[in-house]
Every structure is written in C-alpha cells, then in structure tokens.
Design a protein around this ligand. Structure first.
Ligand code: S3P
Length: 451
C-alpha cells in the first residue's frame, strides 16, 4: 500500500545509461489475467504478472467474488468460479488508484443479481464512471448509489436477467469496450460493441483464448464490430505476461536523452495497438533497434536496443493517440530535448486519466523552464537539445504514477535537478522503477517521507 505521507524524489543529470533491463509485466494483460482466470472454470497459471498495487487490487476483488488465488514460486495459480458464478462480495471493493481494475470489474459484476460497491483513492474517486455506467444501465443494471457526476463510491445491482445490447463506444476507450464485453459474458444472447477507433485488443484476444464465443468483424468504414455470445463456458489457461511497453517507455526515453547511453530492454510487448510511442520516437530520429522479434503466447514481443540520439520535433497525429495514450507524458519529455516543435494532437482522453495529464505535463514542463503550449486537446513542446537551462523545478504529480516517472526521466538530462512531490504512486504500475533506473546508471534519490 502506498504511504499516506508524500515521498518526494529528485533526479539529477546522469552519465550515460548502460546495461540490460527487463520491465515488469504488462498492466492491461495482468489485470485481465486475474479477472478472466478468476472467472473461468478450473485452473489458470500466470507467470510474468505485474505485481503492482493496481493489479493486486484486482486480485483481491476476484477473491471477494469467490476465486482462489495463490502464488507458488514465480507462478500465480487461480481456481476460478466459473462464468456466471461470481458471489456477492461481503465488503466494498477498494480499487485504490486503478481505473482499469474498477471499470472492467463494474462490467464483469454489474449485471449480476447482487450488490457490489466500488471505492477508490482521491484520484480514482474524481474520475468519470458514467462512461461505463451508461451501457450497464441499458442492460438493466441499477446504480443504487453514486457520487455526483457518476463518481465513486458506486453501488451496482444487476437485474434478474440482464439484456444484451448493441453499444457504440462514444470515446476511444479500451476500458469502456471491455466493460461492455465483460458484462455481455453474463447476459443471454449476443452483445455487440461497435468500436469506431481501434483501441488495445487484449480483452478480445484473451477472452477468445479462454474459450469465449467472441468474433470481430471490420466493416467497409474500418469500424470494428465485436460480438460476444453470453453465458458460455470459460476455461482456465496458462498465461505468460509480456513486458509492459508503457513501462518500457521510461528507460527508453531516458536512454535517448542521456548522451552516450546504450541499453537493451528485454521482452517488450509489441502488440500493434500499443506501439505508437516507438513509432513516434523513431520518426523523431531515436536510435531504437528491434531485436529478436518473436511470438509468445499469442502476442508479439521483442527486445529493444536504445542509444542516445539527437531528436527532432514531429507532429503526432490524433489517430495515433489510442496506441500510445499512456505514453504522452514521457513523449513530452523526449520532445523537450528535440530540435524544434513537437505537436501532439487528439489528447482529449488525457484529461480524465489518473490526473488531468495534459495540464500536469504542461505545468511540469513550465516549472522546469521548458517552452510549451497547452491546447484543449493538444500539446506543443518546443525543445532544446542538450537541455541547457532546464530543470530546477518541483513537479506536482497529482497521485499520478506516469507523471512521477516521466519527470524523474526529465531530470536525468536537464542542467539542474528535477524534483517530484511524491514518488509513492509509482508502485501502482512499476514498483521496480527506482531500482531498474538506478541499475542502468540513473541518479535518482527518494527523500524520507515528508512531515
Ligand atoms: C487500459 C486502457 C486505457 C489506458 C489504461 C489501460 C486498459 O484507458 O489508459 O492505462 O487496460 O484497457 P482508457 O480505456 O480510458 O483509454
């Protein structure tokens, strides 16, 4: 659990980063491994699971629904309840900081004829849940309790028998898509999700792997129609979770901006719905070699060799946003060291992440002397190779792990150190971050808990 008191940390200009690192398991796949393993009949075995706080909360929720979860050596072993057989939790489910865990679980359990209460930390309690509650209401789910604006704490109660729907996802959100598909698992007949803009497809691929009757059709307009036939059998699986490309983004950008660096990041997920940052950094002139591309358990993975590079500004088109939605904070850091302007478009969803990430990034850059312009859904960063005059600021992280990590990466290449007000939330997604970065040669220190 993260501490109640904020824990500041400071990053300093470092000499070249060197070595080989392995980032923890993918967060999206880890959440789904616990959920689908907890729901499926029989045994699921998971290796490479991300043991961050967010994922552990999902594990606790699945236990509260009746699944058994234990760890044996490096492996997590789950006995699931069987599809349709979740039990009513005895207490509210506390999802901490986790949007994915809570939103997907609302879909998973919301249609059951039982009461489930969802609570979270200050960041999660401020995030909009209506995007998931709206389709659930259409399926017959009652929202017995919610804070104004459909925010947590939220209590749901499903009907005797929920109704299948056809739902067009109004924003590019894998969480909303997934919540409706998971609700469809407990509904008789076919639930359809229409996805105009493709987002990460882990739910579709993994549900198929667990034996769900799920099909995807892409129409002439390129719009995806996902159909799930409810109340079928799910069977436990063996899963090897690949490394998280969103976590890999931090050492990757660090190596690009710290001159003379040469590192390898092993076993990174290369699913094309997740590789927007790589593409963008390569367009900026980043020296990133993709080594040993291979397939592991149905997903593409590779090792990445990254060397210090001279970057140039680019325009990142709005269509690319879903494939790098969590990577904009660290891309903005790379942009600060690029020659010219980097313009990022289509960022409206950044406003409703663990913090308003668009504002948090802009304020953090400004606090460290970096010239940027925050638009309604855009960010322009005007970089300066070498980072002369940059740094010296303290960044407010707003309980957001990715703001914390991105600005520690910034401080590795700025002239003056960069301090963040709280490093505690890093444990939600990347508990090994400090050790991994300092192991590569990064100079980062965590202060004692502030009084
Ligand atoms: C996730 C989807 C994305 C992403 C989040 C993980 C998922 O959220 O930002 O970190 O695992 O489905 P949205 O669906 O809100 O874009």
């Amino acid at each position: 659990m993260h501490q109640a008191l904020p824990r500041p940390a400071t990053a300093r200009r470092s000499s070249s980063l060197q070595g080989t690192a392995r980032v923890p398991g993918d967060k999206s796949i880890s959440h789904r491994s616990f959920m689908f393993g907890g729901l499926a009949a029989g045994e699921t075995r998971i290796t490479g699971l991300l043991e961050g706080e967010d994922v552990m909360r999902t594990g606790e929720a699945m236990k509260a629904f009746g699944a058994s979860i234990r760890k044996d050596g490096d492996e997590w072993i789950i006995q699931g309840t069987g599809n349709g057989c979740l039990l009513q939790p005895e207490a509210p489910l506390d999802f901490g900081n986790a949007g994915t865990g809570s939103r997907l679980t609302m879909g998973l359990a919301g249609t059951y004829d039982m009461e489930t209460t969802f609570i979270g930390d200050a960041s999660l309690s401020g995030r909009p849940m209506g995007r998931v509650l709206d389709p659930l209401r259409q399926m017959g789910v009652q929202v017995l309790k919610a804070s104004p604006g459909d925010r947590m704490p939220i209590t749901l109660r499903g009907p005797k028998v929920a109704a299948p729907i056809s739902y067009r996802v109004p924003m590019a959100s894998a969480q909303v898509k997934s919540a409706v598909l998971l609700a469809g698992l407990n509904v008789p007949g076919i639930t359809e999700v229409i996805e105009p803009v493709m987002t990460r497809d882990h739910t579709e691929k993994m549900l198929q792997g667990f034996g769900a009757n799920l099909t995807v059709e892409t129409d002439e307009q390129g719009v995806r129609h996902i159909f799930i036939d409810g109340q079928g059998k799910l069977t436990g699986q063996t899963i090897a979770v690949p490394g998280d490309p969103s976590s890999a983004g931090f050492p990757l950008v660090a190596a690009l901006i710290v001159p003379g660096s040469d590192i390898v990041i092993e076993n990174v997920l290369m699913n094309p719905t997740r590789t927007g940052l790589l593409l963008t950094l390569q367009e900026m002139g980043g020296d990133i070699e993709i080594l040993n591309p291979r397939n592991a358990g149905g997903e593409d993975v590779a090792d990445l060799r990254v060397r210090g590079s001279e970057l140039k500004g680019v325009t990142v088109p709005a269509e690319r946003a879903p494939s790098m939605i969590d990577e904009y904070p660290v891309l903005a850091v790379a942009a600060a060291f690029a020659e010219g302007e980097t313009l990022m478009q289509g960022l409206e969803e950044l406003r409703v992440k663990e913090s308003d990430r668009l504002a948090a990034v802009a304020r953090g850059l400004e606090a460290n002397g970096i010239d940027c312009t925050e638009g309604e859904a855009t960010l322009a960063v005007r970089g300066r190779p070498g980072g002369k005059g940059f740094g010296g600021g303290t960044v407010k992280t707003h309980l957001d792990h990715r703001i914390a990590m991105a600005f520690l990466v910034l401080g590795l290449a700025t002239e003056k150190p960069v301090t963040i007000d709280d490093a505690a939330m890093i444990a939600t997604s990347f508990p090994e971050f400090m050790g991994l970065m300092t192991g590569l040669g990064a100079e980062i220190e965590t202060a004692q808990a502030a009084a």
